[in-house]
Design a protein around this ligand. Structure first.
Ligand SMILES: [Zn+2]
Length: 535
């Protein structure tokens, strides 16, 4: 059930209350007509969008290993008249695609990587992996490029015909789950001439926000220790265990955790815990994410981590190797003017019309996950335009934060997923190659196309966005990279996992020349739900 208070939110279809303004200018009328044309074009491209969503879903590639996804997207962009610079910022699975000329330069980005062990059959409302243990799109990063590319193609036709000045850039958020690339894009100067960055991220509503968001920034650091092997039973006193240092560091960190701020998040995995028990481990490594809500506190946590690592090495009598930064993200801050512009378009587009089947799948999954209320998909826009987060108690991170501190940026959320899911989980993959994802992408692409048309038609918006950026956002806070000069993109990550699973996964790559949808190819009835579960 939808709470009564929510019902009071104006319906998407309802026109905005008339302002006491004079009649719209001829320019405004023209812009409106162009937007309607773009919206119709996006609708006309729905099969093309669906194919992109399904194709990238089937590739299921982890961060820094998005080779199939990259090749696929680059081909599409080249076919559509974009010039593509490949392997940007020293990252093989990244590109910058450019079309058009002159100002404004609008950079359209979205993430492309997936989640370990999230392999899942789409449209099936319980855990049912395509390949057990394999990665899968358990966040929905298979959908955002389709939003941007569909929108860009629609707008490009109009810009060409109308001789509108402007440059469109399309780029991937490579290895976002590792917050692994966007700070390197900034360091490489790839956003130096960009006027506005329009980012898209999958969600379960159609929304946008401005100001400091909820959630955190982070630094991702690997600590490696070097000891000495010995026979663990015969001569244990001859050995020095690197694993001891890893364990002592974790104990130290977990005691320290009590005295950290409430907004922090920190977690680790042991990536090397030694080889076998009878050999004292010579090498061991532990990988931490240190998350906080602002740059000084992230730096402070990092320093604490370094101190505990040094102390652990001393206790174990081993050496701490030079640390490796594997990723970093500034907490995001989004532009008020661009968010307001986007929000006006969101209200015009509204949420997709869900079918009974879409709602059945959503409710069945919510029940499967034992959500207290299985409310299905949203049928009305949830929030008004959201301003700065109040009482940010921490949460996830996205390295779009680094871009947002260099260029006026917003993140458009589009409704391709189901509310009430755990995130980074097989459940989040279930909708991502179904009509829910496809409709959500089409809705997102309409908003994105309209916002691009606003920005290329109304130069004052770009100017106002920069005024907010300079006079409000960066007035007291200046961007300082978390990356150190010696840090390089961690492009080796996930290679071993993909090498293990890719041969089997290839058998399930989507073939749109034979099947209308990926669901058809997999022979999945939509929706597949437990008997009685949608009631
Ligand atoms: Zn994401």
């Amino acid at each position: 059930m939808i709470a009564a208070a929510v019902v009071a939110v104006p319906m998407a279809q309802k026109p905005a209350p008339p302002k006491a303004a004079p009649k719209p200018s001829p320019a405004a009328i023209k812009l409106d007509a162009l937007k309607q044309e773009a919206v119709a074009d996006v609708d006309g491209q729905s099969q093309f969008s669906q194919q992109m969503v399904d194709q990238i879903f089937s590739y299921g590639e982890l961060g820094f290993q998005e080779f199939e996804t990259n090749r696929y997207l680059i081909d599409i962009l080249k076919k559509n008249g974009f010039a593509v610079q490949e392997g940007i910022a020293g990252i093989p699975t990244s590109f910058m695609a450019t079309w058009g000329s002159g100002k404004p330069v609008i950079a359209l980005g979205s993430d492309i990587d997936c989640i370990p062990q999230a392999s899942q059959k789409p449209g099936v409302a319980w855990h049912d992996p395509i390949i057990e243990g394999a990665p899968g799109h358990g966040e929905g990063h298979n959908s955002g490029q389709a939003v941007n590319i569909t929108a860009a193609i629609a707008v490009k036709k109009i810009m060409e015909r109308e001789h509108l000045s402007g440059t469109l850039r399309i780029w991937p958020g490579t290895a976002e789950e590792l917050v692994g690339t966007k700070a390197y894009y900034i360091r490489a100067g790839l956003f130096k001439d960009v006027d506005i960055a329009l980012f898209t991220h999958v969600g379960n509503d159609l929304g946008v926000s401005w100001g400091a968001g909820s959630g955190t920034g982070l630094v991702s650091v690997q600590y490696s220790f070097l000891g000495e092997t010995a026979h663990a039973a015969g001569n244990p006193w001859r050995g020095r265990s690197a694993l001891d240092a890893v364990e002592l560091m974790d104990i130290g960190w977990n005691f320290r955790r009590e005295h950290l701020r409430l907004s922090q998040r920190s977690h680790n995995v042991i990536v090397d815990g030694g080889d076998q028990p009878n050999v004292v481990p010579r090498t061991a490594s532990v990988w931490y994410y240190f998350r906080e809500t602002d740059y000084p506190h992230i730096k402070e946590m990092w320093e604490t981590g370094d101190t505990i690592a040094k102390a652990a090495a001393m206790m174990a009598g081993v050496e701490l190797q030079p640390t490796k930064v594997l990723g970093s993200a500034w907490p995001g801050h989004f532009n008020k003017v661009v968010a307001e512009t986007t929000w006006a378009n969101i209200q015009k587009v509204g949420l997709p019309k869900w079918s009974d089947e879409d709602q059945q799948l959503a409710k069945a999954l919510q029940k499967e996950l034992k959500n207290p209320r299985a409310e299905g998909l949203l049928t009305q826009l949830r929030d008004g335009l959201q301003g700065p987060a109040q009482n940010n108690t921490g949460g996830g991170s996205d390295d779009i934060g680094d871009i947002s501190w260099n260029v006026p940026t917003v993140t458009l959320r589009y409704p391709s997923n189901i509310p009430g899911l755990p995130g980074h989980n097989w459940a989040n993959a279930i909708s991502m190659a179904t009509p829910i994802a496809h409709k959500g992408v089409t809705a997102g692409a309409k908003v994105q196309a309209m916002t691009i048309l606003d920005l290329v038609s109304r130069p004052e918006l770009v100017e106002q966005a920069w005024t907010y950026f300079k006079d409000v956002q960066t007035k007291d806070t200046k961007y300082e990279p978390l990356l150190r000069p010696q840090d390089q993109p961690a492009i080796w990550l996930n290679k071993a996992i993909m090498d293990k699973y890719r041969p089997e996964m290839k058998k399930y790559y989507y073939d749109p020349s034979r099947y209308k949808t990926y669901l058809d190819q997999l022979g999945i009835k939509y929706p597949t739900i437990r008997a009685g579960s949608s009631q």
